[in-house]
Write a protein that binds this ligand. Structure first.
Ligand code: KG4
Ligand code: ZN
Length: 347
């Protein structure tokens, strides 16, 4: 018998994602984004995002079903992001998922978006090892997880105490006068600068902080240091060495992310590190992770970028893992939780 066909729905932020997964095979993954509508505001406008999901949902669903050459009646289970995310956006996706599950009489799974960012890698690189460390980094999250089973056994090791890595990049992008979202622009500029020209601070890196927070991150001090540096140049009437600032800043962020993640592998005797979330597009993070992981004998798994940004495949992948694990479905009246804890895989 073929594995159950799982429909995955993602609407936690500005991307409307719908995907179809059978077992660990991705049959279709379609995403619509409302980012263009937010760019001029310099940030996501929740009400605009909710309305965009409402408009995009049915066309995105139709496109995914057509791409997979299946019918709604073929779907065996529906998985949807229940949290964390913007409450209005989550509500559109969960309402749609509930309606589809009810109409077709199949089980519904409300799942955790952040854990989905790790789960999607199984569709790309095959079954997970017995245990692994996951680093999920995006504009909204920077978390370290210890995963024994993505469906049933996820432990939150740590997270950022202030900004997410992508958020810090977006803020530095603004300081350097780059368009929103600044992350990719800062990354591109950094490639042309000298990463050693300016040494920016690494958050929580004193011996005392490392002992108290072996798995946590902090980027607010770094962000302030960059702001001070830029202001200093301006006060002195000097030109800001933007490429060197971007390179030094990128180096500091990648250094902290990679050292904490590989430290977590060592402390938990894991030989696999999975990296997910939109920030894993960052070129310095990818380079440094590959370089240092090899020295430590750790295998790094990073999905292609289209599966790192928010998408339906990650939610279908996690739904499929839950079905495979025999997890009980969620209630048809499941709530959304904008602050859904990472200890909770399923609502
Ligand atoms: O996962 P994602 O698409 O959405 C959220 O859930 O936040 O992540 C987008 C975030 C944004 O902050 C964006 O600026 C950042 O990831 N980002 C990057 C790069 N590509 C995206 N930051 C640094 N370097 C990049 N290449
Ligand atoms: Zn995300």
């Amino acid at each position: 018998m073929p594995a159950p066909l799982v429909l995955g729905i993602e609407t936690s932020c500005d991307e409307t994602g719908v995907a179809l997964v059978r077992g660990r095979d991705l049959l279709a993954d379609v995403t619509a984004s409302s980012m263009d509508e937010h760019a001029r505001f310099g940030g996501i406008v929740p009400e605009v995002a909710s309305r965009a999901h409402l408009e995009a949902f049915v066309p995105t669903l139709d496109a995914a079903l057509a791409a997979a050459a299946v019918d709604l009646a073929d779907v065996d289970a529906v998985a949807v992001t229940a949290g964390p995310g913007l409450v209005g956006s989550l509500t559109v996706g969960t309402a749609a998922a509930k309606a589809l599950a009810l109409a077709t009489g199949v089980p519904l799974y409300g799942v955790n978006h952040v854990i989905g960012h790790a789960a999607v890698d199984e569709l790309v690189h095959g079954p997970f090892p017995e245990k692994f460390v996951a680093l999920v980094v995006s504009g909204g999250h920077t978390s370290l997880l210890l995963v024994r089973d993505v469906a049933t056994d996820v432990v939150e090791l740590g997270q950022t105490l202030d900004d997410a890595a992508g958020e810090a990049f977006d803020k530095v992008g603004r300081l350097l006068g780059l368009p929103y979202p600044g992350g990719p622009h800062v990354d591109r500029l950094a490639r042309t600068g000298d990463p050693e020209a300016i040494r920016f601070p690494r958050g929580l890196s004193s011996a005392k902080d490392r002992e108290r927070h072996p798995y946590d991150f902090s980027f607010s001090g770094l962000k302030t240091a960059v702001a001070r540096y830029v202001e200093g140049c301006e006060d002195r009437g000097e030109e800001v060495p933007a490429a060197d600032v971007a390179a030094g800043f990128s180096e500091a962020v990648a250094d902290v992310l990679v050292s904490r993640a590989l430290g977590a592998c060592e402390l938990n005797a894991c030989d696999t590190l999975v990296i997910g979330g939109g920030f894993s597009a960052n070129s310095r993070l990818r380079e440094l992770a590959a370089e240092r992981a090899e020295q430590q004998g750790v295998t790094v798994r990073i999905p292609p970028i289209r599966y790192c940004t928010d998408n339906g495949a990650m939610i279908a992948a996690l739904g499929s893992a839950l079905v495979r694990a025999g997890a009980a479905p969620s209630a048809l009246d499941l709530p959304t939780d904008s602050g859904m804890p990472l200890t909770r895989v399923q609502m």
